[in-house]
Design a protein around this ligand. Structure first.
Ligand code: ZNH
Length: 147
């Protein structure tokens, strides 16, 4: 089982409690779709993803960005049981959505960049390590039901 230090727990809780999901979720997902264009293939039903401006202004992208953050919030509340927390979503992404699990890491990097930009100087090396660790464990849990 993954062990968390008090600092890591406090940092993750702090980041998510202060996060504005309305801006961070859409920014992270739209960055992912712009920077890694092949990730657009899963969102064929989202309408216009023609260019960066279209992606950033797409309401379905914005909504889904928020959905992802709410899902991560569930993880923040269940840091000692991330495997079970994401078991069902792992099955969904694997069997139904057929999302290549490598993409989870790309999204978590985009999210880290958005958070870092917002936190400025308070985004220290220790904070970065705690956030990346949390996201890596979530990504691993999301990848567990792939075979
Ligand atoms: Zn995902 C969906 C989460 C990533 C793709 N997702 C989803 C949902 C959730 C999630 C919660 C919803 C479900 C239901 O409805 O039930 N994701 C998530 C998370 C993450 C993710 C947490 C990370 C971290 N995804 C992702 C990626 C991708 C995706 C990266 C690609 C690229 N998802 C997806 C899709 C879907 C989802 C496609 C479906 C959508 C719609 O709406 O249609």
């Amino acid at each position: 089982m993954v062990q968390w230090t008090d600092f890591e727990r406090a940092t993750i809780q702090d980041i998510f409690s202060k996060m504005d999901y309305e801006t961070v979720g859409p920014a992270a997902l739209s960055s992912c779709l712009v920077v890694y264009p092949w990730t657009q293939r899963y969102f064929g039903n989202f309408g216009n993803l023609y260019n960066a401006a279209a992606i950033m202004g797409n309401p379905l992208v914005a909504k889904h960005g928020k959905t992802i953050l709410y899902s991560l919030e569930r993880g923040v509340k269940n840091m000692d049981n991330l495997k079970d927390t994401y078991a069902e979503l792992s099955v969904l992404h694997s069997e139904k959505l057929r999302v290549d699990p490598d993409n989870f890491k790309l999204l978590s990097d985009c999210l880290t960049i958005v958070v870092a930009a917002q936190m400025g100087k308070t985004f220290t090396g220790e904070v970065q390590a705690a956030l990346q660790k949390f996201l890596a464990v979530v990504v691993s849990a999301l990848g567990r039901q792939y075979h």
